[in-house]
Design a protein around this ligand. Sequence first.
Ligand code: UGA
Length: 428
Amino acid sequence: MTSEREPIAVIGTGYVGLVTAAGFAELGNEVYCVDIDASKIEALERGDVPIFEPGLAESIAANRERLHFSTELAPALEHARLLFVAVGTPPTYSGDADLSAVHAVVDAMPTSDHHALVMKSTVPVGTGESIRRAFDQRGKSGFSYVSCPEFLKEGSALADFRQPDRVVVGDAGDWAGEAVVDLYAPLGAPLVRTDVKSAEMIKLAANAFLATKISFINEIANVCEETGADVVEVARGMGLDNRIGDKFLRPGIGFGGSCFPKDVSALKLLAGNSGYHFQLLTAVIEVNELQKRRVVAKLQKHLGSLVGKRIALLGLAFKANTDDMREASSLVLAARLQADGAHVSAYDPIAEPEARKLMRGVQFAGSAMEAIDGAEAVVIVTEWPEFVELDWQEVAQKTAGRIVIDGRNCVDPGAVRDAGFIYEGVGR
Ligand code: UGA
């Protein structure tokens, strides 16, 4: 049976690309996925999903007949008018977004009056305009362009696709914007139809605002530590105000991941490049860097010098339910501890293979209990459910010391203290 839904192409099979592809395949669209990485495409064709994202492998398997994988653009161009671009835009050494992968896609497009690039990758404001210019200069004025930023969160990406808070479509008012709106219509989400630049800015501003919220609550937590207030109570009381909202008010050991650090810095530089000094974001970044390091001072307060001390890190991923180690606070923390002479053991249920590529001198353990064996202190870095459920009496049988630093405020302080530990959370 042929689908009545519009076939689409997705260029780039990373987190955003694969989730977008799986999501539309679920809705009944034929999806032509393209990636230059032949080993990735081979793996996907075999049914192996190269990233850990809850439900993604199952969704891809269940909709396999509508998903087509290739290293070639030709089948995508033949079958689809809408070409979603979901390639990486990592930060350059200066903090600007590296758009080389986006430009490679633009360069590969043929002359056409019935295709559109639909930008999912996070790009600086003005990227759509410069792509439009490039198309015009190369005699490809018929190529349409739509900005359709992605707001999914790693770990709940498919759920975010299926039930988005909003869909943003920025376009020049031609057929392509309408077609993208139609594509998302079955999801019934609020639609923000706007111009390309505003759509680009919505994405950067939303991420920068959320990062600001986290740095704000982290600073409130730090003040709570000085004053004896409990930040969990404070966040509860603040969050019930509808104007503030209760989300993204969890203090911790700093935000990480492939998006917030990169996008905050990209927005700050974008503003700077256009002559505006975005002071607030400078503070957001600095607070975040210092937050990652506060655990070290807490350990020193209890243990004195860290030379020769064994410190166990529970969790390494930048947050739970992902294997993503990009900008994970654990990277900074482990390096700081090692620089101060500590021996670092670590356990992460999913991210260990990724962590091994990035961390040197860390002793990786196969379980939480193995990681804490003989440790002077236990630091909870990522809020994996299995750490929340730890039996602290059992933990006390294994550790050499009696210090627990809960970098995510995720375990029950009473249970930890009852087992004889000194418990330190963040801001409580
Ligand atoms: C983030 C945004 O939430 C998505 O909307 C956006 O689409 C995505 O970036 C992107 O631009 O691609 P993500 O990086 O997957 O998503 O993860 P978040 O759940 O937002 O967490 C980011 C970091 O903030 C994590 O390190 C997390 O532990 C931390 N965080 C989050 C806190 O410290 N406190 C909170 O209350 C919430």
